[in-house]
Design a protein around this ligand. Structure first.
Ligand SMILES: [Zn+2]
Length: 258
């Protein structure tokens, strides 16, 4: 058993995932008539993350109170009261150590690879994909950019699994929690296709927007384009016929690309 003294240790969501500890920061104030400092709060017996306060340890030159705490891992830690109450310190340091190990252990993982590839296509000008991302102003939110763990936590809480890929809901939007989801390759390609810009009579909308505007079923348009080989413009603007559509409309086939 070792005794550790420190003031601050960042504690985030991951700590809770790792430890399975529900953070209890009880705000019960024990009145102490004898204590000269009116705001004094006896923390004895309280739990802060992995730490349970055993007793008061000492008061420093700045009159800050330090508490002797028992960590779930067995170590004893001497921690400043404010650090306990603010949630900055939630263990003897073992949590921080575990996070570091997870972070390190993850560098070869699929999620880490996804995260670093996104960063690369958004920020590395020599990346072949940069033109389609960073160059077009697509970026990664600050929370994720320098913090793989934040991205990792979002992924786990939002249905990540190994067969899914990250997908931006708005393909012109950024990589950020509100615009990202995990989806199958099929869902992704549907999303991409529905976002192809299509210009008809000088108006540019994506496929789904055109379908809504012209009140035509998207599957009909997709069939006309992929199976019959029509252009998107013809597929969208030709009234729907009931029979032999492909055969009778082959003459509409054009060289338009999508
Ligand atoms: Zn510990």
């Amino acid at each position: 058993m070792k005794t550790i003294m420190f003031n601050d240790e960042p504690y985030g969501l991951t700590d809770a995932i790792l430890s399975g500890v529900k953070t209890q920061t009880r705000r019960i104030v024990y009145p102490s008539k004898s204590h000269p400092n009116k705001s004094f709060q006896d923390l004895t017996g309280m739990r802060f993350g992995r730490l349970i306060v055993i007793c008061q340890d000492h008061v420093d030159a700045y009159r800050k109170i330090y508490w002797k705490c028992q960590c779930d891992c067995g170590n004893i830690a001497i921690v400043r009261g404010n650090a306990l109450k603010s949630g900055n310190t939630q263990s003897c340091g073992c949590l921080k150590h575990e996070i570091r190990n997870v972070k390190h252990g993850m560098t070869n993982s699929r999620l880490y690879n996804i995260w670093s590839k996104i960063k690369s296509r958004c920020y590395v000008k020599t990346d072949p994909a940069y033109r389609r991302y960073g160059f077009r102003g697509i970026s990664m939110c600050e929370d994720w950019e320098d913090n793989f763990i934040a991205f990792f936590e979002w992924a786990i809480y939002n249905g990540y699994s190994d067969e899914l890929s990250i997908d931006r809901i708005d393909v012109n939007g950024n990589y950020e929690p509100s615009n990202c989801r995990w989806s199958t390759p099929k869902e992704q390609s549907n999303n991409r296709r529905s976002n192809i810009p299509i210009t008809i009579n000088g108006i540019t909308l994506n496929l789904q927007e055109w379908c809504n505007k012209l009140k035509i079923n998207r599957n009909t348009v997709n069939t006309r384009v992929r199976i019959c080989g029509w252009s998107y413009e013809t597929a969208l603007t030709t009234p729907v016929r009931k029979h032999n559509e492909c055969k009778s409309r082959r003459q509409h086939k054009s060289n338009d690309t999508d």
